[in-house]
Unconditional design. Sequence first.
Length: 159
Amino acid sequence: MLKQFIRAFSSGLLVAAVILGGVFLLENPSASSDNLSTDEKIDQLQKDGYFVYQQNMEEKLSNIEQEVMELKKHSLDSKEENGQSTLEETPVIATITIESGMSITDIVDLLVDQSIISDRDAFISYLKENELSRSIQIGQFTLHDQMNNEEIANMLTKQ
């Protein structure tokens, strides 16, 4: 009895496999895949927000970088010919004193008043994102306007 049951079960599996194979092979191949050209595929990917990297992209980037360097060099040469100084502005240096009980907004207002930072909200959000708002130390700090938010925060937290 068991022998007949196993034969019937295996015959059923064989019939099911043949039916599925036949359906798969007889299915219309054009319905299962789109026949898009390469350009159409690239356009579709770009519409979906993907960046399509081309093989000659590195050559194009190096050519553009060379052109930018040449333009900068040409710009500097023309400034020198016109008698303009290419020296950068001298940095604004300020010494601020942080006392006990000062809030973050008081400290940031000091930095804005001394022209050390220009965007108070960006500096406050930087301190909060990096959890440095409670690490600011008391004391005197010498800062300049060419420091970025990270450098200023490192000075104020003495890290």
